[in-house]
Design a protein around this ligand. Structure first.
Ligand code: B12
Length: 212
């Protein structure tokens, strides 16, 4: 049996060298070697995603390069989502989405998987989800919380839009709204009337636990 620290180290190297197949294999191996999804995300996926993402901060990145560099992370998260335990421990549902106009999904997927592995029933609406559709889903599923992600300054206003439509539909009091993503801040969250913000995906669990 390979040591957990060796698996995590090799996983780090596989992602940094854009080896998607090896990334998927090592995540499966880690899970069968009793590493938890959370250990894999906190020790490797989050720090490595940040390191890879930093390479593309600034105006002049070439989109195919970004997609290529992010592929092992995307595949790794998909493997984690499929193989992580799905036993729902909490009666409440949580709706998760990246807002309209925005297709960035790595942060949103991390939030979903942390919730799933902590026993929440997650309804992940995906990316580029119009505000009306998010509100419709609140109406239909009656979740206890809504977790919204946005990575663009041009789309973060959609979060305010969602809150406004929730208010218009008299649904605002029925659901806690948590926001996150690159350009989002504590001040912004407060300004739009969200119930909570964190720059770190794992903290969604504290936010949800505190208010439910
Ligand atoms: C990967 C990437 C892409 C990929 C997305 C692939 C995918 N499947 O997600 C592609 C190539 C498609 C892309 C496209 C574009 N991108 Co882009 N992209 C990035 C990049 C390099 C990394 C983002 C990422 O995944 N980070 C890693 C994850 C882990 O971090 P994260 O998402 O921030 O999530 C963390 C926290 O924010 C938090 N979190 C996130 N959501 C939530 C939600 C809740 C509730 C909570 C509690 C926490 C939380 O948890 C995570 C950490 O624990 C960033 C650069 C950067 N340094 O951020 C640019 C960046 C976000 N992109 C940018 C831009 C401009 C674009 C494009 C407009 C480029 C173009 N000219 O077309 C398009 C927009 C497409 C669209 N309509 O959405 C800009 C945004 C600038 C801005 N402030 O508005 C950035 C910052 C690059 C830059 N210029 O510096 N991009």
């Amino acid at each position: 049996m390979m040591k957990s620290s060796t698996i995590l180290h090799k996983l780090n190297t596989a992602i940094m060298s854009c080896d998607t197949q090896e990334t998927a294999r090592l995540i499966e191996l880690g899970l069968t070697n009793n590493l938890s999804s959370q250990e894999i995300m906190e020790n490797v996926i989050i720090p490595v995603s940040k390191r890879v993402a930093e390479k593309f901060r600034g105006a002049d990145f070439y989109i195919p390069d970004v997609l290529f560099a992010m592929r092992p992370i995307k595949t790794g998260l998909a493997v984690l989502k499929d193989l992580s335990p799905q036993d729902v421990k909490h009666p409440c549902k949580i709706v998760v989405a990246t807002v309209a106009g925005d297709i960035h999904d790595i942060g949103k997927n991390l939030v979903s998987i942390f919730l799933q592995t902590n026993g929440y029933h997650v309804i992940d609406l995906g990316v580029d989800v119009p505000a009306d559709e998010i509100v419709q889903s609140v109406e239909e599923h009656k979740p206890a919380a809504l977790a919204l992600s946005s990575m663009l300054t041009t789309t973060m206003g959609e979060m305010a839009n969602v809150i406004e439509i929730l208010e218009k539909n008299r649904l605002r009091r029925s659901v806690k709204v948590f926001v996150g993503g690159g350009p989002v801040s504590e001040n912004f969250a407060e300004f739009i009337g969200a119930d909570g913000y964190s720059p770190h995906a794992p903290e969604i669990i504290d936010l949800v636990n505190k208010c439910l």
